[in-house]
Structure formats: structure tokens, C-alpha cells
Design a protein around this ligand. Structure first.
Ligand SMILES: [Ca+2]
Ligand SMILES: [Ca+2]
Length: 269
């Protein structure tokens, strides 16, 4: 089209595609946005699309980022914006426990993406520790204060939830515990990720986080173990294999200088 040479055609062209026509656009989201599946299990979620401007358009739905052993299928694979689809997630036995972001992309005239956070359970079949990554909030846990958090003022090791313990800078105690934890026969190791920040100086222990099985302390971390990021800790639980126990994290601070303990991704295997 030669705009300068054909004014009438240009006027028609401008009317047809001119800048005042709203651009067709859409959004994509997934509900729920996270889930935990034990190896060998499956779950599903709903992908929702919405027309955010202009007319509805065809949106193709695809996923990416699933780790080895995790299958993701979306049905239907194409919707009109405003429609929804089901995403089915299957986790093969033997899949490595962990937290994996799965990206779900809707592609129409443009592409938009959303993230589903999949946690593959860190427990052996038979070791019944639940919600070890705190992604279901306080489910299965008992806390003495408002400890289990998804506050963005600190970071989780996996997902967005974690246990934020202590940090008062004055004499205080806190506990988070889970009862009726069956340690599978043959299971021997408690694993957890801990980040410790402190105002204390030096290696003298003032503020502590104890890991307890029943009334027995099986591990102690302190201000002397401060780290800039999460560090994986392992605790020998072979003495408890085949038993049903209460797992507790017990924090204690002295009268001054804050120490904060962040705990996430607790598992027994
Ligand atoms: Ca977490
Ligand atoms: Ca202190």
C-alpha cells in the first residue's frame, strides 16, 4: 500500500488497523499454584485464562521445566481466552525429592506464562513426615508462635514457605513440632536445610536451635553456625527406625544480640 499515493485506501487501511483499536490480550494463571506429590503419586490443577483487552483469542497451552520422572499433560491444549484447562501431573516412583518450578505458557498473539511449584515429597514410603517444606503452611505442624511463614522479608530454601524461628534479641523460646511421625524401617537420616543469621560475635554459643525426637536432643545448631545461605544438615535417626515419634525444633535465645534460625525442606529417608 502506498499511503501518499492512495489517500482513500490509506483511510480505509487506517480505519481497519488504526491505533485506537484495543490490542487483543489475555492472562494465564494456575490454581492452586503449588502442590506436593509423593513419588508414585499424581495431582492436578486448573489453568485459567482471561481476556484482558480486545477480543477473545485462541491460546495454546504448553508446559516446561518438569524434572526427570515428572509428566505434565494439559487438557485441552488450546482454549479460547476466558476458558480453562486441566493440568495433570504424575510423579514416577524414584523421582528425586525436591521443589521444582513448572512453567505453564499460554501462546496466542503474544505469550504469557505462570508457574506451578511442584514439591516431590522427601519421605520414604512409610516415613510419614508431612509438609516438610511447609508449602501447605501450618498443616501437620504445631507451632508455639507465628513461625511458619511465607513472608518475603526472608527466603525459603524451596517454594515460598519456611519456618522462621527466633530473632527476638531477648530471652525467648519457640517450638515447631510434628507428632505421629513414623520413621520407616530402614530409614536412617533426617535432612533439613537451615540458615542462621546472628548479631552474636565469635564462637561462643548463646542462642540455640535444638532438634528433638521426643525429649531427646539429637542435634543442636547455634549462633556459632551462622551462614549466609541455607546449609543442609543431616541427623542420624537410625535409632528410631520403625518407631513413631514426635519431631521438634526448639529455639532459645539469651537476653541480647539476635539470632534467627530459618528451617525448610525437612525430610526423613
Ligand atoms: Ca519451603
Ligand atoms: Ca543472643
Amino acid at each position: 500500500l502506498n499511503r501518499s499515493a492512495d489517500g482513500v485506501a490509506y483511510t480505509i487501511w487506517k480505519t481497519a488497523v488504526g491505533g485506537t483499536t484495543p490490542t487483543n490480550d489475555f492472562s494465564v494463571s494456575v490454581t492452586p499454584g503449588a502442590g506436593t506429590v509423593q513419588p508414585g503419586g499424581s495431582t492436578s490443577a486448573t489453568v485459567n485464562t482471561m481476556t484482558t483487552s480486545g477480543s477473545a483469542q485462541t491460546v495454546a497451552l504448553t508446559s516446561s521445566g518438569a524434572p526427570s520422572g515428572v509428566g505434565v499433560s494439559i487438557n485441552p491444549t488450546s482454549v479460547q481466552s476466558g476458558g480453562s484447562a486441566t493440568v495433570s501431573i504424575t510423579v514416577a516412583a524414584g523421582t528425586t525429592p525436591g521443589t521444582y518450578p513448572i512453567t505453564i505458557t499460554g501462546t496466542g498473539a503474544v505469550a504469557h506464562a505462570t508457574t506451578y511449584t511442584l514439591t516431590v515429597g522427601g519421605t520414604n514410603p512409610g516415613s510419614s513426615l508431612q509438609n516438610g517444606g511447609f508449602e501447605q503452611g501450618t498443616a501437620n505442624w504445631t507451632q508455639s508462635a507465628n513461625i511458619i511463614s511465607n513472608s518475603t522479608q526472608a527466603t525459603a530454601h524451596g517454594g515460598s514457605w519456611y519456618a522462621w524461628m527466633m530473632g527476638y534479641g531477648s530471652t525467648a523460646t519457640e517450638t515447631v513440632s510434628q507428632s505421629n511421625v513414623t520413621v520407616a524401617p530402614g530409614a536412617s537420616t533426617l535432612r533439613l536445610w537451615v540458615k542462621i543469621t546472628t548479631q552474636e560475635v565469635g564462637s561462643t554459643v548463646y542462642d540455640t536451635l535444638k532438634v528433638k525426637i521426643g525429649n531427646t536432643t539429637v542435634a543442636t545448631y547455634s549462633n556459632a553456625n551462622a551462614s549466609s545461605g541455607y546449609v543442609q544438615k543431616t541427623v542420624d535417626l537410625s535409632a528410631y527406625a520403625g518407631q513413631t515419634v514426635t519431631l521438634q525444633f526448639a529455639g532459645a535465645e539469651d537476653a541480647s544480640a539476635t539470632t534467627t534460625f530459618y528451617v525448610d525442606d525437612v525430610s526423613i529417608s
